[in-house]
Design a protein around this ligand. Structure first.
Ligand SMILES: [Zn+2]
Ligand SMILES: [Zn+2]
Length: 154
């Protein structure tokens, strides 16, 4: 994957802004249970970067630490206003960080190279691409009515 540098990003509320100024080492999808909680989905994406590759441009990040399954500490940096996670690091090896690249302004450039913790991968994740699709916001009230009447909004 080649990023156009600098690649800018921000948290959801916009208080934290940053730019990536070096090419990432790799990008992976992690299916561990912590990443499921973090993403409120079935996996999260990590872009592995040299610390020197990330510049925070605005906003004060807050941190919290949790023990990782690896036995290391994961230090999680987030926007204290909107809660959006920006990056993770191991404080004992801080020269490498894991950016949460869904916060990039242009996520079309993401090109994950592999999956990790697939022993935790949800079986329903495998059939994701086969689910019916609506290419915008569905009419929520109409969809609920359809379901209540025993139908399907799809
Ligand atoms: Zn924010
Ligand atoms: Zn994970």
């Amino acid at each position: 994957m080649t990023l156009t540098l600098p690649a800018r990003g921000s948290c959801q509320c916009g208080n934290v802004t940053y730019q990536v100024i070096e090419q990432p080492l790799t990008t992976i999808c992690c299916h561990c249970l912590d990443c499921q909680k973090l993403s409120t989905s079935s996996f999260s994406i990590s872009m592995i970067l040299n610390r020197t590759g990330l510049e925070i441009l605005s906003g004060d990040l807050k941190q919290w630490d949790r023990p990782a399954d690896s036995g290391n500490i994961t230090r999680c940096w987030f926007c204290p206003t909107c809660g959006n996670r920006i990056y993770h690091e191991n404080p004992e090896a801080p020269e490498i960080i894991r950016l949460k690249p869904g916060t990039l302004d242009d996520t079309s450039v993401l090109n994950p190279q592999g999956h990790v913790w697939t022993c935790r991968e949800q079986p329903w994740h495998q059939s994701f691409n086969d689910l019916p699709r609506i290419d915008g916001q569905p009419d929520f009230a109409a969809a609920i009515r359809e379901i209540q009447e025993g139908g399907s909004p799809f």
